[in-house]
Every structure is written in structure tokens, then in C-alpha cells.
Design a protein around this ligand. Structure first.
Ligand code: PLP
Length: 417
């Protein structure tokens, strides 16, 4: 469900023709529909209305300030995985008591920022981190709330690169080490163990893996409470899938119905860290056809958006729907939609049936709101795309396009020293 739709064959975002945006702001261009991500946030809030809960949006999916501000105004919190994301979430107006911080390699300056800010919880991923966090808090005259991120060793049945909760992944504290970590937490003066956390992966289509992780988590919570730790929240991470192609992901309501009974009697607050579910469907990437090239046995539609703008097809073999922006007619033919980057892995879509396209036409790559711009790079010295946020008929440029000079600025600044 999203607010990208067609009027007389032309693609619109909410009340704005996408072609107008491409003309005005140029391409490659990310276009976001505010109504779409707010509605997805609301869907989760409503689904979990009967359970005490907090939604901490995963900033890494799309950290644009325009999006973060809109979510913050709605009461949404943040899950951050770096000091940069924490800084960004605070600038966007997210309330510290709604911020949790995950990540396997947090540095001292990052943890200092977390403690100084007084965020709800640091999701601690190993025993050594617990000790470092406590030392920092003591030095600053504070105590910091934390949760153990456990690795429940479940298979989320998703792309290998998107699993994070199997025993061989680098994330979280192994279940058998939780007892030892708890001993340490009890002895440290700077940390309060108040929660349990897991995040098992991304683009998870059904509740089974969550149910398996929750069964493990219940046992750990009971054990920790038995030892006197006031565990007041359970953070079940993110991972809810979206529809890219023909997937049939569970809805927010189904997800709630499948898992609520496993937490209801625990008398705690649930934290959810959705990223993709909220912003994935809310964004498209618009590119312009530069050339159409026929080689023996293959047709290439070469556009000005590439893997540096959207790396998901190259990195995860992700299949994003691609369509012309303008009304189309005529016989569809098979083509690869590729970018300008000097890598054979630089494609947006392979073997797609597309209506006739020619130089100058715009194409839209759908479901690009999550891990799109967020993973963009300047590879091949390509300026990163502009981003616009559409709200009904209102258009806000929420990030200007980089210039060639922007790409040099940090180097020129340091050349004299
Ligand atoms: C990436 C991440 C998320 C969000 O994952 P989605 O699949 O986008 O929902 C949530 N929590 C943590 C710890 C993450 O690393």
C-alpha cells in the first residue's frame, strides 16, 4: 500500500505528477510520500494499541531529517546504530527517552554521547561493551539504562546478508553467555539492566522466526527477573518485510496477532524497531534514460541512476519493480535496466518486460525508500541524488543534489595543513 498511483497513465506521488518533480529537480531523484510512511507507522501503532509499546524507527533505513522530523512529530522514537545517527535523531527532535542504540562496535565517543543524552537504553552486544559503558557512565557521574541484545540463534528465512540472529552472526550475546553478563551487570556501578533485545534480520515475511525468538526471550526474562533485574522492556527489533515484487509479507495486524499472546503476560513494554516497513514503500528512485543499446541477445536501458544510488539489486539480488513515469503504450520487450557505473554489477533490474523507452524518458524504481539513499555513495565521483518529500500537493526538497565541488570540498579544505 502506497500513494504512488497513475492518473491517465502518468505516475503521481500523492497529488503531484512525478514528471513535474523530475523536470524541476533533475535526476537521479528520490521521491518520498509522507502519507505513505506516516500510514505505515500508524498501522503498527494501531495494531499494537492493546500492548504497552514504543516504536523506535530504525534510522539506518532512511535518515533524512525531513522523514525523521515527520515521524518525531507523531511520537515515534529511534533505533540508532552509530553516533552519527544518534546526533541526527536528536537534531530531528526525537526524544531521548524514545531512543535505543544498537551496534556491535560502539566507540567511546559514541557511548559518551549516548550517556550524556540520557537515551532510554544502550543495547549491549557483548560483555566487554558492558564494562566500557559502565566506566564511561561512572566517569560522567551517571547511570545508563541498558538492554542485553541476545542472539537467539533462529533462522529468519531471508537473504543470507540480511540475517543477524543466527549463532554464526556477529550480533548479540549468545544465550549461554547471558548468565555471566548478568553477573557482571549486577556488579557494575554505571549500568542498569532494564531490558532485553533481539533483532534477528530483515525482510522477514512471517511471524515464525519472531515466535521462536520470543520463546527464547521469555526464558531469559524470567531468569533475569528471578535474579532481581527489573526488566521493563522487551525490544523485538525490526525486520518486518515489505512487498518489492511478488512477496506476500504479513500485515501489522497479523504480526500483532501472531506474537502478542507470547508477551502479554510478561507485564512489560514492547519496543519495535521497524525501518523498511515504514519507509520502504514510501520512496521511489527516478532515473532518466540516457541510451538504449542493443547487443546480440540483449537490450540495455541505460539510465542516469546506478548502484551508487541504489545498491540493493547488486548487493542483495533485490528485485525492485521498474516502470516508466509517463503513460506507456506499445509492445513490451525484455531489457536490463542498468546504470552508468563502471561495474557489470551495476544494474537496477535484469530481464524486465518494459514498454518502449527512449532517450529522455524517466523510469521509476519502486519500494526504494529504505536502504536506498541511506546506502548511496559517491563511487565514480557521482554526486548523490536530491531527495524530495511530497505531502499532498506540497513539495519539499529535503536534500539538495550534491555538486561536483561538494565532492572536492573536504579534500581542498585540508590541503594546506
Ligand atoms: C537494521 C536494523 C533494524 C531495522 O531493520 P528493518 O528490516 O529495516 O526493519 C532494526 N534494529 C536493528 C538493530 C537493526 O540493525
Amino acid at each position: 500500500m502506497d500513494y504512488f498511483h497513475r492518473k491517465d497513465g502518468a505516475l503521481w506521488c500523492e497529488d503531484v505528477p512525478v514528471a513535474d518533480l523530475a523536470r524541476r529537480f533533475g535526476t537521479p531523484l528520490y521521491v518520498y510520500s509522507r502519507r505513505t510512511f506516516i500510514e505505515h507507522y500508524d498501522k503498527l501503532t494501531h495494531a499494537f494499541a492493546g500492548v504497552p509499546h514504543r516504536i523506535c524507527y530504525s534510522v539506518k533505513a532512511n535518515g533524512n531529517l525531513g522523514i525523521l522530523r515527520a515521524l518525531a512529530q507523531r511520537g515515534c522514537g529511534a533505533d540508532v546504530v552509530s553516533g552519527g545517527e544518534l546526533h541526527r535523531a536528536l537534531v530531528a527532535g526525537m526524544s531521548p527517552d524514545r531512543i535505543v542504540y544498537s551496534g556491535v562496535g560502539k566507540t567511546v565517543p559514541e557511548l559518551e554521547l549516548a550517556v550524556r543524552t540520557g537515551i532510554l537504553a544502550v543495547n549491549v552486544e557483548n560483555v566487554e561493551e558492558l564494562r566500557v559503558l559502565s566506566d564511561i557512565a561512572v566517569r560522567m557521574g551517571r547511570r545508563q539504562g541498558c538492554a542485553f541484545r541476545v542472539n537467539p540463534d533462529v533462522d529468519p528465512h531471508t537473504h543470507d546478508y540480511l540475517t543477524t540472529g543466527r549463532a554464526e552472526n556477529k550480533f548479540g550475546i549468545a544465550l549461554e553467555d547471558v548468565g555471566q553478563a548478568a553477573d557482571l551487570a549486577a556488579s557494575l556501578p554505571g549500568v542498569d539492566l532494564i531490558g532485553l533485545d533481539f533483532h534477528i534480520g530483515s525482510q522477514i515475511l512471517s511471524s515464525g522466526p519472531y515466535q521462536a525468538a520470543l520463546r527464547q526471550a521469555r526464558q531469559v526474562i524470567e531468569a533475569l527477573r528471578g535474579r532481581g533485574f527489573p526488566i521493563h522492556h522487551l525490544d523485538i527489533g525490526g525486520g518486518l518485510a515489505v512487498r518489492y515484487d511478488h512477496e506476500r509479507p504479513m500485515t501489522a495486524d497479523q504480526f500483532h496477532d501472531d506474537i502478542a499472546h507470547l508477551v502479554r503476560d510478561l507485564d512489560l513494554e514492547l519496543i519495535l524497531e521497524p525501518g523498511r516497513f515504514i519507509v520502504g514503500p514510501a520512496g521511489i528512485l527516478v532515473g532518466q534514460v540516457q541510451f538504449v543499446k542493443q547487443v546480440p541477445g540483449k537490450r540495455f536501458v541505460i539510465v542516469d541512476a546506478g548502484m551508487n544510488d541504489l545498491i540493493r539489486p547488486a548487493l542483495y539480488e533485490a528485485v525492485h519493480r521498474i516502470e516508466p513515469v509517463a503513460p506507456s503504450s506499445g509492445q513490451a520487450t525484455m531489457a536490463d535496466v542498468v546504470g552508468p557505473i563502471c561495474e557489470s554489477g551495476d544494474f537496477l533490474g535484469k530481464d524486465r518486460m518494459l514498454p518502449p523507452l527512449e532517450r529522455g524518458d524517466w523510469v521509476a524504481v519502486f519500494t526504494a525508500g529504505a536502504y536506498g539513499f541511506a546506502m548511496a555513495s559517491n563511487y565514480n565521483q557521482r554526486p548523490r541524488a536530491a531527495e524530495v518529500l511530497v505531502d499532498g500537493g506540497r513539495i519539499m526538497q529535503v536534500r539538495r543534489r550534491e555538486t561536483w565541488d561538494d565532492l572536492l570540498a573536504l579534500e581542498l579544505e585540508s590541503s594546506d595543513s
